[in-house]
Design a protein around this ligand. Structure first.
Ligand code: MRU
Length: 320
């Protein structure tokens, strides 16, 4: 944040163009979240924290309205709601908006690094890891969640290889995860989403690590559409399936995953590829952005407090 300007890497154009999106107002931050200039649960939360800081700099009294505006952008990522409420409390408690938003971003970064430190032990020397969507630095602030253990393993001298699901329809895997990993020097290949089972059945995947948008009290996980299928195939092949997320993603107010609101995005994301319609005229599309993976399919939750079982989440992630 510079003055009241928030600078975002515009993820809509990566990896082919480096552009910055500058948000001067809370409305512009809200637009950045809903149009996916910035995306990924923890990053959406941090963006919202800065949007709240912008509103508070103008007038503390406008905070509830700004909070509602930001919360209305995307329904699934718990981090968004968590960050808005966190900022309201911090500012009410007397913290300056600038300091509160910076502290929130620093805290997320630190938590993501700790996710990496805990998760690194799960990565074999030349482990083959499958991931879905983008849960790397671009989706957080630094380190990422699912990619943090991989970055830490690489930093420790290991030589992991990552299967990057392309992640239809927005291609966060092919565009963003592959870009990040390649930039960091980590070996990876993009696979089409429907190739994951092929490699799992052949014994060529050692573990799966994905991020999360919201984890309900019982450990069910909402994450990018297609995650559930990967978890089912992983279980069928006895492949460990880990979910990496910080406390801000955990929502103890929802008993189970069926209560998690699932965002439905524009059908054009499915129907139009590189500007060209792919189906016959007159046929629509369904486009849920997330699905829910039941806790029974999750081997463990890699959090800033260690690798937890589903029944440990409520007590270990009680406080931020
Ligand atoms: O629609 P997106 O790109 O915001 O969805 C992102 C994901 O599903 C990520 O896996 C999740 O937010 C975890 S990010 C560390």
């Amino acid at each position: 944040m510079e003055g009241s300007e928030v600078h975002f890497i515009d993820q809509r154009y990566l990896p082919h163009e480096d552009k910055l999106y500058i948000a001067r107002t809370t409305e512009e931050v809200a637009y950045a979240i809903s149009d996916m200039v910035v995306r990924g649960a923890p990053a959406i939360g941090v963006a919202a924290a800065y949007g709240m800081a912008q509103a508070a700099m103008i007038n503390d009294g406008g905070l509830p309205e700004a909070g509602e505006q930001l919360k209305a952008t995307r329904p699934t990522a718990h981090d968004l709601f968590f960050a808005v409420d966190h900022m309201i409390t911090a500012i009410k408690d007397g913290q300056g908006p600038d300091a509160a938003s910076k502290d929130y971003a620093d805290s997320i970064t630190e938590r993501c690094e700790r996710i990496g430190i805990h998760g690194e032990q799960l990565v074999p020397y030349d482990g083959r890891i499958l991931t879905h969507c983008n849960a790397g630095a671009l989706a957080t602030v630094l380190w990422g969640t699912a990619l943090s253990p991989i970055y830490k393993a690489f930093e420790a001298g290991k030589d992991p290889f990552v299967y990057v699901d392309e992640t239809r329809p927005r291609l966060q895997g092919a565009r963003l995860t592959a870009y990040e990993l390649h930039d960091a020097g980590v070996r990876c290949s993009i696979i089409s989403d429907n190739a994951a089972g092929h490699y799992m059945l052949r014994g060529e995947v050692d573990l799966c690590i994905v991020g999360a948008d919201r984890i309900s009290r019982n450990g069910d996980v909402a994450n990018k559409i297609g995650t559930y299928e990967k978890a089912v195939v992983a279980r069928d092949n006895d492949i460990p399936f880990y979910v990496a997320a910080p406390t801000s993603t955990y929502d103890p107010s929802l008993a189970d995953g069926l209560a998690i609101p699932i965002e439905e995005r524009s059908q054009d994301e499915v129907l139009i590829v590189r500007g060209n319609p792919i189906g016959p005229k007159g046929v629509g599309a369904l486009n849920p952005a997330f699905d829910v993976t039941p806790a029974r399919l999750v081997t463990g939750y890699i959090t800033e407090h260690g690798v937890l079982a589903a029944d440990e989440l409520e007590s270990r992630l009680a406080d931020f």
